[in-house]
Design a protein around this ligand. Structure first.
Ligand code: ZN
Length: 331
């Protein structure tokens, strides 16, 4: 991850992990969890043919799959689909054809196949502390959306995230962790600067949401392939937050400033100052921690709702000040 940071520009821009040629591209080629498998197995060296599209869902259908699966999960009505020996054999022989790519946290309380009541071959999952999007994560995402053609990418944080908490509290970290958490710093600093009244759990959960937007920004800014898919309409990226206390996922829709990020993105990731400008102010923190009526709703609508929940973006000519402390290095 961050140990490879100096290589980011080279790797992200040249699509070393995945073939850049995407035949067609309309709507992706995922399928419902129960559909047969036709994709080539994952191999960075011999990618094989692109998956065929027998029952390709749209991004919205893929999102609905997740909503329905999560409802079963938090309602204690899981069906545990697609985990039979037959499914194992089918996916081994015919390859994977997941209907969604998900970037989420490594936290043991956030097991995605359980949360979305999905099975083998359904979810293309990237899990890393703090759901950051650094070199390796972006490369893996490119495999999911570019080669496996999932029409949807979900970036999902979770309440009480330890990685976000460590940054928010200025915890002393060692080993390779500083290079990991530096991805989270711009979001935390943004929240501290714009919501100085927040403390404790409120601060953490507001930063969790801002960090989701930050990671989406990093994926878009760091991947020419992702930008191409978004521009073609072949990919939709939505943010989400999982509540570890209720089991419910709150989908937040597309990044409110997605078009702006796309228009500004180049092969170089923006520096910390510019990145912080892309982080939309978080919703009221109380909505995220279970004591507000809005939280009782399992899934917020994700169709164009996010921009309405956030104040208007800061003028482009009035950038926010650089985060204090240890800003993410410019690339
Ligand atoms: Zn976490």
């Amino acid at each position: 991850m961050s140990a490879n940071r100096p290589l980011h520009l080279v790797i992200a821009g040249s699509c070393l992990l995945v073939p850049s040629a995407l035949a067609g591209g309309g709507g992706g080629s995922g399928h419902s969890p129960a559909a047969p498998q036709h994709a080539a197995p994952m191999s960075a060296h011999r990618p094989g043919p692109a998956p065929t599209t027998p029952t390709a869902p749209s991004a919205d259908q893929a999102l609905q799959n997740l909503r329905v699966g999560n409802t079963r999960f938090f309602s204690n009505a899981r069906t545990a689909p697609n985990v039979t020996p037959q499914r194992i054999r089918e996916t081994a022989e015919k390859g994977q054809n997941p209907f969604v790519t998900i970037l989420s946290c490594a936290d043991s309380r956030v097991p995605l196949e359980h949360i979305f009541d999905a099975g083998i071959g359904d979810l293309f999952v990237v899990r890393v502390a703090g759901n950051v999007a650094d070199t390796d994560e972006v490369g893996t995402i490119e495999y999911g959306v570019g080669h496996l053609h999932t029409p949807l990418l979900v970036v999902m944080g979770h309440t009480a995230c330890g990685a976000v908490k460590a940054v928010a509290e200025g915890a002393e970290v060692h080993g390779s962790i500083p290079g990991l958490v530096d991805n989270i710093i711009p979001a935390v600093e943004f929240v501290k600067r714009n919501r100085p009244e927040l403390t404790g759990h409120d601060l953490i959960n507001a930063a969790v949401e801002a960090n989701v937007w930050q990671s989406i920004d990093d994926v878009i800014s760091g991947s020419e392939e992702v930008r191409g898919l978004l521009t073609k309409g072949s990919l939709k990226i939505v943010g989400a937050v999982y509540d570890i206390a209720t089991g419910k996922v709150r989908f937040m829709g597309e990044h409110p400033y997605q078009e702006r990020i796309l228009s500004l993105a180049t092969f170089e990731k923006p520096g910390a100052e510019e990145r912080a400008m892309h982080v939309p102010p978080p919703r009221q923190a109380e909505e995220m921690i279970g004591n507000a009526p809005a939280h009782a709703e399992a899934h917020d609508d994700d169709h164009g709702a996010a921009p309405a929940r956030t104040p208007a973006p800061a003028p482009a000519h009035a950038p926010a000040p650089a985060p204090a402390g240890n800003p993410k290095p410019h690339h």
